[in-house]
Design a protein around this ligand. Sequence first.
Ligand SMILES: Cc1cc2nc3c(=O)[nH]c(=O)nc-3n(C[C@H](O)[C@H](O)[C@H](O)COP(=O)(O)O)c2cc1C
Length: 377
Amino acid sequence: MLSRRHVLAVLAAAPLAPALSGCAASNLPDPIAAWRTPGAGETDPRRFALAHAILAPNPHNRQPWLIELVGDSEFIFRADLERLLPATDPFNRQIVLGCGAFLEVFDLAARANGYRAEITLWPEGEPQPLLDARPIAHVRLTPEALVKDPLFDHILARRTNREAYQDRAIPDDALEAMRAAAGDAVSFNTSTSGALREDLRRLAWDAFEAEILTPAAYQESVDLMRIGAADIARHRDGLVLDGPMIEFARATGLLNNEIMADVNNPMVKQGYEAYRPLALNAPAFAWITTTDNTRATQIVAGRAYARMNLAAAGAGIGMHPWSQSLQEYPEMADLMVEAESLMNAPGDARVQMFVRVGYARQVGPSPRRGLAEHIAA
Ligand SMILES: Cc1cc2nc3c(=O)[nH]c(=O)nc-3n(C[C@H](O)[C@H](O)[C@H](O)COP(=O)(O)O)c2cc1C
């Protein structure tokens, strides 16, 4: 029998939201089925590309993507307003980035399948300051023999990797590949040594801790924690806690969402403290900035992020966003000012993504709800 101390030690070693290594709970859907041969057997090119698009990175794995198919070759893309993150993303900026990532992966898959995706953004205007029912995009596919973008080949290998990263330098050509993938519409920057990296390490941790100590922000994450295989399979979204020790702790009542909500619980404290060395030993950071923060720009930034994450996957390099210091709620205001100063985003410019980069153990894919959940009947 494992001792309580042993369980605590293992939980402490497991970051709050490790990527899913694959689990099957009887009579429940397979949470990683969407990653197996996406689009296989689909004759509708929209469905083929959409089956890839749902594998895009997105905040808290909310997967807030709604599709209304129109005619034979078009669809309307909307955000699912039931799947926003009001506490940590009060102006829906990150949700829109995740929608941009979705469109990028869609475009890569359509192109690889011999179709041009004509994407008209915000056809009824940009919703501000909050998203509403208006469409994010109208999309039309037309057959055309286009050159496949090599990033398409990394869609199934792309991950958010929250493991500890090795103390190993990232070759310049790998950073260049990420910069090239992000493209010219955003500014891509890195810090791999020196005083700036030290400041960014501290910023990443301070903001992470500030978020945990902000009740509404932390509770939003707790509500989205899926604890153990059955919970994960039921929801197939959110922040995943899995593995044998988690199952054990859940089964014995040591761990549940209520317990996770208590930041003074020693086990919870140990769990989040496991993130401290991840920030403070980060071998490198990368970030993207934009010159403004319109909805169209947020889509551009999300597309750029998907591409740099895919390029990192292609180079065998892990990537892990630390978005806390970029979040627009009052308790984060001072750290956000610091983030924008350290990462040089003056005036209307915005840091859109801030990520840790490095070599790490491979992790499995995170859950997906499956294509049928996104397409209006
Ligand atoms: C805009 C945005 C912000 C994100 N912020 C964080 C973050 O702060 N911490 C984190 O661990 N992951 C973050 N992620 C990664 C998502 O949690 C991840 O994409 C999602 O859980 C799905 O997992 P996958 O990328 O492995 O498919 C972010 C992703 C996006 C697109």
